[in-house]
Write a protein that binds this ligand. Structure first.
Ligand code: GUN
Ligand code: ZN
Length: 435
């Protein structure tokens, strides 16, 4: 075989784990290509080839040897709040008191640019340490919090989706902005950041309770006049739902509040969606809207058990979210393990392939990013992680006992944390040694 003249600048060699097909549609979805190389150039994957063949075809291209490691697409965290990093693991409260006691006071600090920059940098570093290459986040209602986020994501060349949180009522004054002001600020952010490099702006009303009807209408107008995603919260907690219906007595259910303000459609991403009626599920399905399932957060706040398999069977696009800071950490393996446990409690257990799908390829589809990320395939962006399945004594013990890739993967998801993430590449650039 003749050497190739291409733009290849890096070969990463290891065992490539990828999907043959959607594991929610058919079994036997995973394949492990042992001793393969990912060939990278200009930030993209150029080819996947057996390592021996890649050495012949690209002899001058430097190689990083991760033999014995699993190479996967970078993980996607479809829901989180970077400004809540410092209040993760706050004790004792359900959603509404948790917002009041811990969250709103912390978010109020993000009118300070330096604090916002520090927290954005910490969050992004922790993402990389945990193998998350695409975070989807809420900022706060302060424009500075958005600027801080995007400047640093751009500097890292980290793909991200983020938005200024829209709130104009029912919260401390330090977090409220007049709806016309906020609309202008978000329009300016879309101009500046949306589609610039790897950055995307999401229209981000916090949830219906903290926005006036005018503000929800503004958000619906923005959704209709841009191609931005809209992210918000839906049906997380019974007290929250009662409050919503008292604020919007004209609506028959929680979903109708968003629906009636033009916020329900294929670019809508709702976090949680735990306590939905059959009618709400049917309308979600008809609209093409998606749900970010955040099981560690739901357990932590005692919000309830999301029916993941039921929703997937109903045809609702799903992704996983760590939901920091209600979720206690950015360890997306722990989120997958909690998703398993919650589904197991409902006698409809998700399997390992489905869990990984919801944090990679399935998530990319849900976010309309499947042409860019989520899968190791020539042409896509080279966001890659190397997992060491024997990173700890416990992992190694369990890994050697496994009789199939799927069994090994399930054990790794249940037992793994950031020690398992040996390396992370963003658009083909290895990120600094993570520890
Ligand atoms: N609902 C409205 N705001 C929030 C938030 O910050 N976290 C969670 N988990 N739910 C919310
Ligand atoms: Zn949230």
């Amino acid at each position: 075989m003749n050497p190739e003249k291409t733009d290849a600048t890096l070969r990463i060699t290891g065992d490539v784990l990828r999907f043959r097909h959607n594991p929610f549609e058919r079994e036997n979805a995973l394949e492990l290509l042992r001793d393969h190389s990912l060939v990278i150039g200009k930030g993209r994957l150029l080819a996947i080839a057996p390592a021996v063949e890649a050495r012949h075809r690209w002899p001058d291209c430097p190689e990083q040897d991760y033999s014995g490691h699993w190479l996967l697409p970078g993980l996607i965290d479809a829901h989180g709040h970077y400004p809540q990093l410092a209040i993760t693991a706050s004790w004792g409260a359900a959603l509404l008191p948790w917002l009041e006691q811990y969250t709103f006071p912390e978010e109020s600090r993000f009118d300070q640019g330096e604090y916002a920059r520090d927290m954005a940098a910490r969050y992004q570093r922790l993402c990389l340490q945990n193998g998350i290459t695409t975070p989807v986040v809420f900022c706060t209602s302060h424009p500075l919090s958005v600027q801080a986020w995007f400047e640093q994501a751009e500097a890292r060349n980290m793909r991200s989706i983020a938005g200024q949180v829209l709130m104009d009522r029912n919260a401390p004054d330090t977090l409220l902005r007049e709806h016309e002001t906020a609309l202008e600020e978000v329009q300016a952010q879309i101009q500046q950041w949306h589609g610039r490099g790897r950055q995307q702006v999401a229209i981000t009303p916090r949830f219906a309770a903290t926005s006036s009807r005018e503000q929800l209408r503004d958000a619906g107008w923005l959704m209709a006049h841009t191609d931005c995603l809209m992210q918000t919260h839906l049906s997380e907690n019974p007290d929250e739902i009662r409050w919503m219906l008292s604020l919007f007595p004209e609506c028959r259910d929680y979903l109708e509040i968003y629906e009636s303000h033009g916020l329900l459609g294929p670019r809508s991403l709702f976090a949680h969606g735990i306590h939905l009626s059959d009618s709400e599920v049917a309308r979600l399905r008809a609209s093409g809207a998606a749900i970010a399932h955040c099981p560690s957060s739901n357990l932590f706040l005692g919000s309830g058990l999301f029916a993941a398999r039921h929703m997937a069977d109903a045809g609702i696009p799903l992704a996983l979210g760590a939901d920091v800071g209600a979720g206690p950490s950015l360890n997306l393996f722990a989120v997958m393990a909690r998703a398993y446990e919650v589904s197991r409690l409902q006698s409809a257990p998700l399997n390992a392939a489905q869990l990984l799908w919801l944090a990679t390829e399935g998530a990319a589809q849900t976010l309309k990013l499947e042409a860019h990320i989520g899968r190791l395939q020539a042409g896509l962006e080279a966001d890659i992680i190397a997992l060491n399945p024997q990173a700890t004594e416990n992992l190694a013990l369990r890994y050697h006992r496994a009789e199939s890739e799927e069994e090994a993967l399930f054990a790794l998801l249940c037992l793994g944390d950031d020690r398992m993430v040996a390396a992370t590449w963003l658009a083909g650039e290895q990120q600094q040694s993570q520890r």
